[in-house]
Design a protein around this ligand. Structure first.
Ligand code: SF4
Length: 81
């Protein structure tokens, strides 16, 4: 049942479905927050719970490269006599 005001107009729920949680200490150098609220995620603590936040602007990911060559699809050599 929809709520109506005295003139018969439908009153919509103005409360947002989700409340944004405040940022955590790890978020402080990031530029994606404004007034202690993240612009990307609802719950910054959940993003930092299992590791670095994937959208953090102050975290750089270093990828190691193997210098040695890897041989792929090499068949076993048979010794013929
Ligand atoms: S993007 Fe990640 S690091 Fe940046 S404020 Fe949001 S939760 Fe924090």
């Amino acid at each position: 049942m929809q709520k109506r005001d005295s003139e018969g107009r439908i009153i919509r729920n103005t409360k947002p479905l989700f409340e944004k949680e405040p940022i955590v200490d790890d978020c402080l150098p990031c530029i994606r927050h404004d007034k202690k609220v993240c612009s990307a995620y609802l719950s910054p603590a959940q993003k930092w719970r299992l590791g670095d936040c994937p959208l953090a602007t102050h975290v750089t990911v270093m990828i190691k490269e193997d210098s040695g060559k890897k041989r792929v699809g090499q068949q076993k050599q048979t010794i013929k006599r």
